[in-house]
Every structure is written in structure tokens, then in C-alpha cells.
Design a protein around this ligand. Structure first.
Ligand code: SAH
Ligand code: SF4
Length: 360
């Protein structure tokens, strides 16, 4: 839990602020003033909310915290992927990634700036290829800590974010309530005003929560980290598959597809000699066709200390063309700057280890 006992103001919805103000006998329009200060003018304290009476500012400051993230490191430059390492109020480290114009990635083909946000400190799901899972799970982020990653990156870069993917550290659907709350704030006209179609939640396959998300009145997009087209392959690299196998997962995807207009995306990291066979490509395409999903193929990013590697370019292209041969819409990420573009979780792990070493 965050050390500050005060509830962070960036985790409240507008009607909650209104209700709270009512208990203080304040007029409802004050709530709108407050969210304007938070999400339009982006002030860093209640004291800066100059059109609120001094007594109210004090009262709010007594009850709510701001919990700004401290920017520890930024890697990368304007035209490339940039990584932001943030320290939370309890000292935990998380990272966000800002991805520049990326045709046909998660949003529409355009020059959108996409932020990849973290939802937990560490991850309990322990996928064998992933840096985020290496150090285990510490805690969930609260909604404010998720929202503030957007505010922090926009402040540091002076650029506006127009696409959000929940693909940083952590399993978003294992932190369901806070993630849904953060999506509401990110999506709200009084909040960050990013369209739900530009918000994508990624999951390693928590089938019951996928169904629960399908029942929520939000139109965000869903990405499934599939990484294997059979139980045999998924069992080897993703322990979650032993709990929710492929049949269960695909049934949950069906349910989601039946409740939402949004198309599902299958994320598929290509790992040499693990999931890159032609047979997997055919089976993957079959699953995608049945569900109406699109496929994003991602060459594996090497993680220090892990044995996996990406297949050759030729093999990647071959996999892509087999999938496309089935009439499925698929993309293959062909990014440069392998070192900085490394998947979320790696920068944090590096820094954490360096700090630990410095202490020894
Ligand atoms: N826990 C969620 C969201 C965070 S992971 C999930 O698993 O979907 C975000 C994406 O990065 C996932 O698709 C994950 O499989 C992928 N990923 C993890 N490690 C990677 C690596 N070393 N190279 C490429 N992608 C990786
Ligand atoms: Fe967790 Fe996702 Fe990494 Fe798996 S891939 S360990 S679920 S963050």
C-alpha cells in the first residue's frame, strides 16, 4: 500500500468528488472546478486551485493527497520509443513507455503517440519470457498511479498522448477495479478525454476477468497475450494456462466478442524454437479467424538472464505470410533500436538491481 494514508485525488471520479463536496456543504460546481485544475491546468497542489476558497483548499489538502510520480530516468529520444522510470511514494519503481507514430499498431494508422502503462509493481503470473515477472509481485497500483503515468509523461515531453495500452508491468485484469477506474478517468470528458477505442487492455489470459470486463459499460479494446496456439506451447511458457487453458480462454474471447463491437487483438511474441513453427502459425490463424481477431506478431526482445531469443527475420516473415494466407489481418513489428525498445519491465529491473548492488 502507498505510504501516504490520504486518498489520492487523481483516483476519484467526478461524481465522487461531487458527493464528497455535498458532505462538506459545498456547491456541486466546485467539483468541476477541481477536475479542471487536475486534468486541464494540471496543477500540483490544492493550493494552486486559486478560484477555490482558501478554507476549502485547506480542507481538501487535509483529506486528499496528490502523490506525484518522481521521474527517475528517461531513455530514448523524440523520434524513438522513450522509456520513463518512475518512483512511487513508497519507493517502488514502475515504468511507462511512449511509442511514437506506429502504423497499424493498436490504434488507427496515423501519427498517434501511444503510452504503455504499468498496472502493478512486478507481476505474479511469472511468464517464462518476461522481465516483469522475474522479481515476483509487490503490489497493485491504485488508479491515481496509473493515471499519473500519463500526466507524468505528458509533462516530461510536452506532448499529448492519444493512445493508451495497458501493456506495461503487471497483469491489468488482476488489478481489475483500479484498472477500470483508471480507464474511466482517462476516458472521461472531464478527465483525460482519450476515446475508449484508443485504450487497449492486454491480458495473459484471465478468462473470468475477460468476461467481467465484457460486462463493464466501457468500450475499451482487448488484447490477448496468446504466444502459443496450443496448450502444449502455452503451458511451457505461461503458467496462467494451467489455470485457464486455451479452450477456456478462447470461450471468454467469444463472450467478449459477443458483447462488444471492438475487435480483439492476439499478441504473439515470436520466440525461436518455442512457438515459431509453421504448425503454430496455421493453428493461430484458425483461432483468430474463428474469433474475428487480428494478430500482432512481435519478435522477442532478449531479457538478460533468460535463455530465449527471436527467430531469424526470414522465419518471422514466413510465419506472417502463413497467418495472412488464412485471410487474417496480421502485422509484424519490425522496430529498430532493440535495446531501448525492449519490453516493459526491463528498465525497472536493471535500475532496481543497480540500486540493490549500490547498497551492498
Ligand atoms: N500482463 C499483461 C500485460 C503486460 S505484458 C499481458 O501479459 O498481456 C505486455 C506484453 O509484452 C505482453 O504481450 C507480453 O507477453 C509482452 N512481453 C513480455 N516480455 C516480452 C519480451 N521480452 N519481448 C517481447 N514482448 C514481451
Ligand atoms: Fe505478467 Fe504479462 Fe509479463 Fe506474463 S507477460 S509475467 S502476465 S506482465
Amino acid at each position: 500500500m502507498p505510504t501516504a494514508a490520504k486518498r489520492p485525488i487523481h483516483s476519484l471520479l467526478l461524481d465522487e468528488i461531487e458527493n464528497h463536496l455535498a458532505t462538506l456543504n459545498e456547491r456541486p460546481y466546485r467539483a468541476k472546478q477541481i477536475v479542471d485544475w487536475l486534468y486541464e491546468k494540471r496543477v500540483g497542489s490544492f493550493d494552486d486551485m486559486s478560484d477555490l476558497p482558501q478554507a476549502l483548499r485547506q480542507r481538501l489538502a487535509d483529506e486528499f493527497g496528490f502523490g506525484n510520480l518522481e521521474t527517475v530516468r528517461v531513455l530514448g529520444s523524440k523520434d524513438t520509443t522513450r522509456k520513463f522510470l518512475f518512483r512511487l511514494s513508497d519507493g517502488s519503481l514502475i515504468e511507462s513507455v511512449l511509442i511514437p507514430a506506429s502504423p497499424a499498431l493498436y490504434g488507427e494508422r496515423s501519427d498517434r503517440r501511444t503510452i504503455c502503462v504499468s498496472t502493478q509493481v512486478g507481476c505474479a503470473y511469472g511468464c517464462k519470457f518476461c522481465a516483469s515477472g522475474l522479481d515476483g509481485f509487490s503490489r497493485n497500483l491504485d488508479a491515481s498511479e496509473i493515471v499519473q503515468q500519463l500526466l507524468g509523461v505528458e509533462k516530461a515531453t510536452g506532448e499529448r498522448i492519444d493512445n493508451v495500452v495497458f501493456m506495461g508491468m503487471g497483469e491489468p485484469l488482476a488489478n481489475f477495479t483500479n484498472v477500470v477506474r483508471a480507464i474511466r478517468i482517462i476516458n472521461a470528458p472531464w478527465g483525460l478525454e482519450i476515446g475508449a477505442r484508443h485504450i487497449t487492455v492486454s491480458t495473459s489470459g484471465l478468462a473470468p476477468q475477460i468476461k467481467k470486463l465484457a460486462d463493464e459499460p466501457i468500450q475499451s479494446r482487448l488484447a490477448i497475450s496468446l504466444h502459443g496456439a496450443t496448450d502444449q506451447v502455452r503451458d511451457r511458457i505461461m503458467p496462467v494456462n494451467r489455470k485457464y487453458n486455451l479452450t477456456t480462454l478462447l470461450a471468454a474471447c467469444d463472450y467478449h466478442a459477443s458483447r462488444k463491437k471492438q475487435r480483439i487483438y492476439f499478441e504473439y511474441i515470436l520466440i525461436a524454437d518455442v512457438n515459431d513453427s509453421e504448425e503454430q502459425a496455421h493453428l493461430l490463424a484458425g483461432h483468430a479467424r474463428r474469433i474475428g481477431a487480428r494478430i500482432n506478431l512481435i519478435p522477442y526482445n532478449t531479457v538478460e538472464g533468460l535463455e530465449w531469443s527471436r527467430p531469424s527475420r526470414e522465419k518471422q516473415e514466413r510465419f506472417l505470410s502463413i497467418v495472412r494466407g488464412h485471410g487474417v489481418v496480421a502485422t509484424l513489428r519490425r522496430e529498430k533500436g532493440h535495446d531501448i525498445e525492449a519490453a516493459c519491465g526491463q528498465l525497472r529491473l536493471q535500475t532496481k538491481r543497480a540500486e540493490e548492488n549500490a547498497l551492498i
